[in-house]
Design a protein around this ligand. Structure first.
Ligand code: GN1
Ligand code: MG
Length: 369
């Protein structure tokens, strides 16, 4: 198997014992690699980078290496004041010294250290977990907030620029595949109408950035709840993983993504839309954790857009899933027909629930800002 032959090309001691596919990511392929020597066991994460999504994998790795090196130094420098051992994956070099291995077909693979004794969840059901997720994101953003963005490459142009996704959606709508799908499904037409009714707000963050109200900073880009690692022994959040999308952006994309994934207890793949909602108790808990860490480095203007961020990122992900469904599922991995359509239905139902709770959410944000 290809992954097995690649697994031994990194700087890790021991012999390969097992390699298993893990994770629920919609983009990369992820494996857990177990190696042993007589006296020790070593485990690490092996990933094949999806080159349909990331066209410059070497730049993705350069960003990841630079940001993690910086973050590790901050974690060590602040360890004495911390209430936990913060962790962050380390890029394990290949035997030839590169940060990745390229296979015979031109595929890019990377190795990352494993965050020991932790687990991650597809959904959150208790407020304590939401607080920990908020702390993990806020802490990560805070320790990279002083990393200079001009040293980061834009590895995914247009990522989280909602007006761009809308423009691409409009292009997809003109294709025969999309027209056919809209023609046969009343549910698709309902979603298209849902989008049309919200065209006016898609630029809420980008226009604030253009006006100079909110700055670009280094961000995670994909802090969904499955990427937050919780310590199995202490219950505390200790790390964030999946650092592909670290690049300059608005902190709002991260906050919105953490909330839309963490505060909908029904999860991304729910089939009963009645169960999809923005749970205010989870929201309050996540906000408390996030602002505990992030309050001091965020500006007042940044704080004032946090509600919009949540509404927008739920909407944006729905738009991205729906666009992909109409285009014939070319971006997000799927395991069954209609999966991207259903994912879009869920995000739009969540967006509606967020809209209904606007005043309560603003009150909560006010309280912790
Ligand atoms: C993708 O890598 P993964 O599966 O965690 C996507 C995110 C979406 C997420 C939705 C690079 O994340 O933007 O929010 O799916 N990542 C990319 O599940 O597009
Ligand atoms: Mg990801």
């Amino acid at each position: 198997m290809l992954a097995e032959s690649i697994a031994m090309k990194f700087e890790v001691p021991g012999q390969l014992v097992a390699l298993e596919a893990i994770g629920s990511g919609n983009v990369n392929d992820t494996y857990r690699v177990v190696l042993r020597t007589t006296f020790s066991e070593e485990q690490y994460i092996l990933q094949r980078i999806n080159q349909k999504v990331f066209q410059h994998p070497a730049l993705v790795m350069a960003n990841m290496k630079a940001v993690t090196d910086h973050a590790h130094k901050r974690i060590l420098a602040e360890a004495d004041q911390a209430d936990r051992i913060w962790q962050l994956p380390r890029v394990i070099p290949a035997i030839n010294g590169d940060d990745f291995v390229v296979d015979e077909m031109g595929g890019y693979w990377r190795a990352l250290s494993m965050i020991a004794s932790t687990t991650s969840y597809e959904r959150i059901s208790i407020p304590e977990h939401a607080t920990e997720a908020g702390r993990v994101l806020g802490h990560f953003q805070s320790i990279i907030s002083d990393f200079p963005i001009d040293q980061l490459q834009d590895t995914l142009p247009g990522f989280h620029i909602t007006p761009e996704y809308l423009r691409k959606y409009d292009q997809v709508l003109t294709q025969p595949c999309a027209q056919e799908r809209l023609g046969i499904s009343a549910e698709s037409r309902r979603l298209a109408k849902f989008i049309d009714e919200r065209r006016g707000f898609v630029d809420v963050l980008e226009s604030a950035r253009e006006r100079g109200e909110i700055p670009l900073r280094p961000i995670h880009g994909d802090p969904k709840i499955t990427n937050v690692m919780i310590d199995k022994l202490t219950g505390k959040g200790t790390s964030i993983v999946d650092l592909d999308t670290v690049k300059p952006g608005l902190i709002h994309y991260d906050f919105g993504d953490a909330v839309r994934s963490g505060c909908n207890p029904a999860g991304e793949e729910a089939t009963d839309l009645k169960e999809v909602k923005l749970d205010l108790d989870l929201f309050q808990a996540l906000v408390e954790g996030y602002l505990f860490e992030a309050k001091n480095f965020l500006t007042g203007a940044e704080k004032s857009y946090l509600y919009d961020a949540v509404r927008l990122i739920a909407f944006e992900l729905g738009l991205r899933f729906f666009k992909d469904y109409l285009a014939g599922n070319v971006y997000f991995k799927t395991s069954h027909e209609g999966q991207n359509l259903n994912r879009a239905r869920v995000q739009f139902a969540l967006c509606e629930s967020i809209e209904k709770r606007e005043s309560k959410m603003r009150e909560i944000l006010e309280k912790y800002c």
